[in-house]
Design a protein around this ligand. Structure first.
Ligand SMILES: Cc1ncc(COP(=O)(O)O)c(C=O)c1O
Length: 398
């Protein structure tokens, strides 16, 4: 019996696999420093939990409308107006089981066989897999050699355009690199895109974690893009609600219509008690989590300081999300057996021998890097990063 060639070619998410291995070690009784997780280490705000519990008690346990309840769509519209200076109608909004599902359906809804999707490296692991699953081809825009350079320029995009180009994905604040695309950079990219007949998928899920400058939505800065701009967001990161699985898109009505059709044929709806809690979170907005965001910023500064003190190590300037993309290429150049900046092999050594989990750059299309998630305690950061420094010394000494 034959399986799907397209799906058989996909690899399972490497971050999920690494987390599994770290958890196995922990189950075996080892103290593991896990910096591989892509979620805040704090729990959802108690007042949001209360709303869900109350809704459950009131019997809000039935199917809801596919693609999101009117109340949740209204809360999203208000949020997009307040935080992003963007204006949408309910018909332009679709809610789903996390931004991950929404993105999957968005690619299925907008791409055809042979279409090319421009994805700047390093990229979130699921974009390439989802684009491939939709029958299209990811075209990677390589990361600039210079860490301090702008992350993405019109010239970098133009160098990878072909007649088959159908979409561009932007992720700012960025996972895994922790950079934020600045306002003037977004304006330049937006200007370049004005006459391009492509979808612009803007994944803004880390918007509340923009530490360098306030978050800007390219769709608000360059309103002429309205007929191709699709903003994707969710409650996982900014509201520490990863397990609740709430994601949404807002964009041109024909796109929303198709994504909603896919929702009706897949997960159908969010549980209504989760929708009600989400309405409350969206109404409260960034203020609800402001103290947690300050905490994350403090940890970023601590991790940055510790990494700066390491030999042969540098990093992409961390400006947002809760990741630091650590450049270990110089260190691996001096390590026998780690040719071609094999950070995958090094991450295995780091976990097996020093019990520190970090996702290798290969997972995001850039060997020679490690992604540190600093959504963890100061103590863990201090000990874990001191173990990283030791592991790098070990491999340099062969
Ligand atoms: C850049 C980016 N987009 C989307 C997602 C999906 O988030 P969720 O499905 O939890 O809403 C993630 C999660 O790690 C992410 O890092």
């Amino acid at each position: 019996m034959e399986l799907s060639k397209r799906i058989s070619a996909l690899k399972p998410s490497p971050t999920v696999a690494l987390n599994g291995k770290a958890k196995e070690l922990a189950r075996a009784g080892h103290k593991v420093f896990n910096f591989a997780v892509g979620e805040p280490d704090f729990t959802t705000h108690p007042e949001i939990i209360d709303v869900a519990v109350q809704a459950l008690k009131e019997g809000k346990t039935k199917y809801g409308p596919a693609g999101g309840s009117p109340q949740l769509k209204d809360a999203i519209i208000e949020k997009l107006k307040r935080d992003n200076k963007l204006s949408f109608k309910p018909e332009q909004i679709v809610v789903g089981m996390g931004a991950k599902e929404i993105l999957f359906h968005l690619f299925l809804a907008t791409l055809n066989e042979g279409d090319e999707v421009l994805i700047p490296a390093p990229y979130w692991v699921s974009y390439t897999a989802q684009v491939l699953a939709a029958g299209a081809t990811p075209v990677i825009i390589p990361m600039p050699e210079d860490h301090q350079a702008p992350r993405l320029t019109p010239e970098m995009i133009a160098a990878h355009v072909s007649p088959k180009t159908k979409a561009l994905i932007l992720t700012s604040p960025n996972n895994p690199a922790g950079y934020v695309i600045k306002k003037d950079e977004l304006l330049a990219i937006g200007e370049y895109l004005k006459d391009k007949p492509w979808w612009l998928v803007s994944d803004e899920i880390y918007e509340y974690m923009s530490f360098a400058e306030p978050h800007h939505s390219i769709g608000a800065l360059v309103p002429e893009l309205h007929d191709r701009y699709i903003i994707v967001n969710g409650l996982s990161k900014g509201f520490a609600m990863t397990g609740w699985r709430v994601g949404y898109m807002a964009g041109p009505e024909p796109v929303a219509k198709l994504v909603k059709t896919l929702q009706t044929q897949s997960s159908t709806c969010l549980p209504p008690f989760i929708e009600l809690a989400s309405v409350e979170a969206l109404k409260r907005g960034a203020n609800l989590m402001a103290d947690k965001m300050d905490l994350l910023k403090g940890r970023k500064n601590l991790a940055q300081e510790l990494i700066n003190s390491m030999e042969d190590v540098s990093m992409v300037p961390p400006e947002g999300a809760f990741y630091i993309f650590i450049d270990v290429r110089d260190a691996l150049d001096k390590a026998p057996g780690y040719e071609n900046h094999n950070s995958f092999k090094f991450s295995e050594y780091l976990l097996d021998t020093h019990h520190v989990a970090m996702v290798p750059g290969e997972a995001f299309g850039v060997p020679g890097f490690l992604r540190l998630s600093y959504a963890t305690s100061d103590e863990e950061l201090k000990e874990g990063l001191s173990r990283l420094a030791q592991a790098l010394k070990d491999v340099k000494n062969g």
